[in-house]
Design a protein around this ligand. Structure first.
Ligand code: UTP
Length: 473
């Protein structure tokens, strides 16, 4: 195929060099706007990088596979176990106090990653809009924002929220916040920033797929795309100007995450860690969670799909899982540390994922694959861990803090998250001495009480409630 007349010659040469000229097959059928949109997409693609990432054997041969690495995995060095916290309350209280001081000094910002496509859930809007509150169907976004506001109120200092979106979620997310007056947050404290995209390639040929004649099939570049996105959108500058040096990272799918948990912040500071990670004890060797371990004295996360079964099943002398620490993807990062890595783009690797990607074929017909046909390239934020001098691994109570919405049904679904919220709120009321009917449905806005301690200050034991019960601002 020769270069279309209206197409830049140098870019055509690049496409030819990387065997991607098929992307222009329908160029002459497109109108001016469509041509310009396709051109913008093409100009944003690093074709050499795509070729390097696709070339399967080459990179794999050069570097050690995660499964090989897992052979040398040991338990992480710097750990705070849940039992230790429960049995030494004085230490935990001290950490909480320290964390509070960080919040009161305005040194903490929160990062929410909400750019994912949420394909397993199959909800037709950004996942953060999913109604999850047991009584009011409060959305994931609202629950998390209200927690942040409650925490800021406690600290007497605003906490900035840095919310990562993607092409897949940006417009709807921003509209949704606007329609709801930012759920009460001042727009000075709310920063949306959009992550980048990567094209999907045909798994067999490495050719970039066209979603339509005028559009390349692209998807968000993974939660690890956050680093480049923070940098490219000037977010590190905003943080510096605001005096924020500690970043509380969490995902949009977990409504029971304790946003800006003071105790965790305190332990992070005490450990002088660059990164901290909240973990839970894995339920079974084959539970689908990334494990946190040390390899060659570097703390890191090995994905469940990369962990050989026999290593996942290893136990210690007491019969406990050797690799017990499952990552919840709740982190604290020091801003300086993240910025350093963001300044050197090559430091965070890309991973390949085999996915079903709808596209058009050579004759322009729409194809909706039933089996994975394509490779998507994604970066994972947890790949920054081995770059850190010290990583604190901090165990939490799963039933209280880790109830993600991943699937439409079954485990980690809206139903399990909904039940978890109901169980947590009912438990708080019961610990205040309140008697509830066995099947009570309860929702407590963080603005009424962010935790059990706050609730105790507001509720008397003889309070009478009927179900469903909503306690709001
Ligand atoms: P998941 O890995 O669970 O992906 O994201 P997902 O997109 O929500 O769901 P599936 O895999 O398509 O079913 C974990 C967190 O990382 C964010 C998500 O929004 C979620 O908060 N994420 C993921 C991004 O912000 N960008 C991405 O490119 C991928």
């Amino acid at each position: 195929m020769s270069a279309p007349e209206s197409f830049p010659a140098d870019l055509y040469q690049t496409l030819a060099d990387f065997q991607q000229t098929h992307l222009l097959k329908w160029w002459n059928d497109l109108n001016d706007t469509e041509q310009s949109q396709l051109l913008t997409q093409l100009q944003a693609i690093n074709f050499a990088q795509i070729q390097r990432l696709y070339a399967p054997g080459e990179t794999a041969q050069k570097s050690e596979s995660p499964a090989q690495k897992a052979e040398r995995a040991t338990r992480p060095a710097t750990v705070v176990r849940l039992e230790e916290r429960n049995t030494s309350p004085a230490k935990s209280e001290k950490a909480t106090e320290q964390g509070r001081k960080l919040l009161e000094a305005g040194r903490v910002g929160a990062i929410l990653v909400a750019g994912g496509q949420g394909s397993r859930l199959g909800f037709s809007h950004p996942k953060g809009m999913y109604p999850i509150g047991p009584v009011k169907q409060t959305s994931l976004f609202q629950i998390l924002v209200e927690q942040l506001r409650a925490r800021a109120r406690q600290a007497g200092k605003p906490i900035s929220y840095f919310i990562m979106t993607s092409d897949a979620t940006h417009d709807e997310t921003v509209d949704y916040f606007q329609q709801h007056q930012n759920f009460g947050m001042s727009s000075d404290d709310l920063h949306f920033f959009k992550q980048g995209t990567m094209p999907a390639v045909d798994a067999e040929s490495g050719q970039i797929l066209l979603e339509e004649k005028k559009r390349i099939a692209v998807s968000p570049d993974g939660h690890g795309g956050m680093l480049a996105a923070l940098k490219n959108n000037g977010m590190f500058d905003v943080m510096r100007e605001k005096g924020i040096d500690t970043l509380y990272y969490h995902q949009v799918d977990n409504p029971t995450a304790i946003v800006c948990d003071p105790e965790f912040l305190g332990y992070h500071q005490n450990a002088q860690a660059d990164v901290s990670v909240k973990v839970v004890s894995k339920r079974s060797p084959d539970e689908k969670m990334g494990i946190v371990c040390d390899v060659d004295q570097k703390t890191q996360i090995i994905e469940y799909s990369d962990l050989p079964d026999d290593i996942a099943a290893q136990t210690d002398d007491d019969g406990n899982l050797l690799h017990w620490a499952g990552s919840t993807a709740i982190h604290i990062f020091n801003r300086d540390f993240l910025e350093q890595i963001a300044n050197d783009d090559a430091r965070l690797p890309f991973h390949q994922a085999n996915k079903k990607v709808p596209h058009i074929d050579e004759s322009g017909r729409q194809v909706t694959p039933e089996v994975p046909n394509a490779i998507k390239f994604e970066r994972f934020i947890f790949d920054v861990l081995p770059e850190a001098e010290t990583v604190l691994v901090y165990e939490i109570d799963r039933s209280r803090e880790f109830n993600p919405v991943k699937n439409a049904e079954g485990q980690d679904s809206p139903q399990t998250a909904h039940e978890a919220l109901n169980r947590i709120f009912s438990g708080w009321l019961q610990s205040c001495g309140v008697t509830l009917p066995a099947d009570a449905t309860v929702e407590i806005s963080p603005l009424f009480a962010v935790d059990e301690t706050e609730l105790k200050q507001k509720i008397s034991a003889d309070a009478q409630f009927t179900s469903p019960l909503y306690l709001g601002e």
